[in-house]
Design a protein around this ligand. Structure first.
Ligand SMILES: [Zn+2]
Length: 710
């Protein structure tokens, strides 16, 4: 078995910063991998037997007159292995890779015009085409693309395929190499490799008979580029039994060698360089530097001889290649008769603001040829990705009907256009049930591990806060808590706007470095600017080896040292408009591991920083008068308490109703209290030990604090 490698720099035009050293680094990784596999004598035997069969087939086929007019179609499946980052490339980028393969293998590439005269008549239309499969091994209709969330950063190809086989979103199990050309799109293949594959071979576990490639070498846009886009053409050449033009090594430019193809002259091979009509090995014989199986930057052709060798491989049973293009297999894999089996679309924003223009993108499959969109204002569109502007807040329906010419499918989706929030805004998380659904906030958790959620395990005020249970998360994890839009238009421009919040956090170890960012957007979350961040010891100087939460006994005490108050004063005039949003982002320390974060008392208001909460007086929201008062409007002391607690309510001379409930909501005591100096004593003698909620009602205003009974 031979493993082929493309170095990262293979197709870099004028890659002067890419030196041969880097290329050889990739080669060394291959030798290791190859030698490891060839230590298995059974494996070695199978490899050699397969090679013999293939060479026989190729030699036999050479004798036959070159045929034209028979096109071999191969079902192809792309398996994207990703961690939710840019390596989770778009369907469009993959469809583009199929387009490039078909262009190159059918000699439809425009640059054939520039082929050196010595090879112009030898450039082959290989008459091989690639069709995205639309049926999984179990018959399930799909798009020809599977996606797998990687649970490790391994660069071991067999481990990568194991993750795909056991964790993809379409069909978990064997995707046999005699039914599909499997392409494994990865983020890292180790040792600077851009891609690799095997010659056809019997007895290798079937799914492994595919092509590994970096996402940056798939298609010509997105994370890839035109320069990188022919790496797949080269790899498929190997997969169809072509070696490099200089022979079956990974070292171009070293010694003159042959590839067992008659019309590709002996060559040393070319790394990046593209001399015109080079004659390095045989005097007067021009070498085919423009071949796809070269490492030059000007690859643009297969020869007729290479075509014959590839067709011979496709007609051979070795590696099951002769089953791929049979009518039965094309039907079974849905390559011959793609069905329209899913209608769906995505929107460019998850939270949509008033007057925001949203792009909708059809993701239906397969072979959709027409679209009919219906919008709330009665207009329609017949393109794949239309835009629509929502001018009013409210709930609206958008419908899409797709067709492949014979079948049609429809879907309707409901979109809620957020009404802008106004100032002063206060979020103590008290009105939410525990969990990740938070009113006015969107929780973003791409890794689908721990996320921001409401908890009653700790609070700086009231009985709830938002937490990220980051302890024990050992993957690179980024979590976000994103606000609904605010309308800051009415802010008197002479005034400041301040964002205040409180957080509690501990490091795991002294070396832990985690980040809490605050971002602002003035276009409803399309673009974000970082306004402040706290990291490492600026976030906390204290390390705690166990899963941490703020101490219960200190809850609600204003001087609580476990909670820090942060004021953001740089909300400038750029943000004084509708559609301004706030984002908290936490990045964990994937190396050292981290600990938990708690957020509370998020407060956005006009004016300079206040350590006390700024909010509308609940009794009088119509006049929008702002009452500035402390979180702890009323004081409880001592806390913890043994028997008599004193309640001090500085804001009211009215009668006050006190209610004491436990954490599950059972009320233990209700009492109306009056006093002239706003101070009351209450006996808690009869309560059992534990944590209780004290609710103080003055007229319509309710305030809440926790108390510990000892
Ligand atoms: Zn190669």
């Amino acid at each position: 078995m031979r493993i082929f490698l493309l170095s990262l720099g293979t197709f870099l035009i004028f890659g002067s910063s890419i030196v041969a050293q880097e290329f050889h680094k990739g080669f060394c990784g291959a030798t290791e991998q190859l030698n490891k596999r060839l230590l298995d004598p059974v494996f070695k035997q199978e490899f050699e037997a397969s090679q013999e069969l293939l060479n026989q087939a190729a030699n036999e086929y050479k004798k036959e007159p070159m045929k034209r007019g028979v096109v071999y179609k191969i079902p192809i499946v792309f398996h994207v292995l990703h961690k939710g980052g840019i390596e989770n490339i778009s369907n469009e980028q993959i469809v583009d890779a199929v387009r490039i393969l078909n262009r190159d293998f059918r000699k439809l590439n425009a640059d054939t015009l520039g082929i050196h005269p010595a090879f112009k008549s030898l450039a082959a239309d290989a008459e091989i085409e690639f069709v995205l499969a639309t049926k999984a091994p179990n018959g399930k209709c799909f798009s020809g693309i599977t996606r797998t969330l990687a649970n490790s950063d391994t660069t071991d190809g067999f481990e990568q395929v194991k993750m795909i086989r056991n964790g993809n979103d379409v069909f978990r199990g064997e995707w046999s190499a005699n039914k599909y050309l499997n392409v494994f799109i990865c983020n890292d293949l180790g040792d600077g490799k851009a891609g690799y594959t095997y010659y056809p071979m019997n007895h290798i576990e079937m799914i492994y008979g595919g092509i590994w490639i970096l996402h940056r070498f798939v298609g010509s846009f997105g994370t890839s580029s035109v320069t990188n886009s022919r790496a797949m053409t080269h790899e498929v050449g190997h997969w169809l039994n072509l070696s490099h033009v200089w022979g079956s090594t990974n070292e171009p430019g070293v010694s003159c060698g042959d590839d067992n193809v008659n019309d590709t002259p002996i060559t040393k091979g070319w790394l990046y360089n593209c001399p015109v009509g080079p004659t390095n090995c045989t005097s007067g014989v021009v070498e085919n530097v423009e071949n796809y199986m070269e490492y030059s930057y000007c690859s643009k052709m297969f020869t007729l001889g290479q075509k014959a060798r590839m067709i011979a491989a496709l007609k051979s049973s070795v590696g099951g290649r002769n089953n791929l293009w049979t009518t039965t297999n094309l039907n079974n894999t849905g390559a011959a008769n793609p069905q329209l089996c899913l209608v769906d679309f995505t929107s460019s924003s998850s939270v949509i603001c008033q007057n925001e223009t949203v792009t909708f993108n059809d993701v239906s499959y397969n072979n959709v040829t027409s679209w009919l969109w219906t919008f709330p204002d009665g207009t329609s569109s017949t393109i794949k990705s239309p835009t629509y502007t929502f001018s009013e807040p409210g709930t609206f329906t958008i419908s899409l009907k797709v067709s492949n010419g014979t079948q049609t499918l429809s879907i309707s989706k409901v979109f809620t256009i957020q009404k802008n929030l106004t100032l002063p805004y206060y979020e103590g998380f008290e009105k939410n049930i525990n969990g990740p659904l938070i009113s006015n906030w969107t929780v973003v958790n791409p890794e689908k591990n721990a996320s921001f959620e409401v908890t009653s395990q700790a609070a700086r005020s009231g009985v709830k806060s938002a937490t990220l249970q980051n302890f024990g998360q050992n993957v690179k994890s980024v979590d976000e808590l994103v606000s609904a839009p605010f309308d800051l238009t009415e802010i008197n421009k002479d005034k400041l706007i301040t964002l205040s919040f409180r957080y509690a956090y501990r490091k795991l170890k002294s070396t832990t470095r985690e980040y809490l960012y605050v971002y602002l957007s003035n276009d409803c979350g399309v673009n974000w600017s970082s306004k402040l961040y706290l990291d490492g010891s600026r976030l906390s100087t204290i390390a705690e080896a166990a899963s941490w939460k703020p101490s219960g006994a200190l809850l609600g005490i204003e001087s609580d040292p476990e909670w820090k108050t942060i004021h953001l004063k740089t909300i400038d005039a750029k943000y004084w408009q509708p559609g301004t949003r706030i984002k908290f982002m936490f990045k964990n320390d994937a190396v050292n591991g981290g600990n938990n974060l708690y957020l509370d008392d998020i407060n956005l208001y006009a004016g300079s920083p206040s350590d006390s909460i700024v909010k509308l007086e609940e009794k009088d929201t119509t006049t929008a008068s702002v009452l500035r008062h402390s979180f702890s409007t009323f004081k409880l002391f001592p806390n913890p308490v043994k028997d008599i607690v004193t309640i001090k309510n500085p804001n009211s001379n009215q009668p006050v109703e006190v209610e004491i409930a436990d954490l599950v909501g059972k009320i233990h005591l209700v009492k109306e209290l009056t006093s002239t100096n706003n101070e009351f004593n209450l006996s808690l003698e009869k309560l059992e030990k534990g944590t209780y909620i004290v609710v103080l009602k003055t007229g319509d205003v309710k305030e809440i604090q926790k108390i510990i009974k000892e």
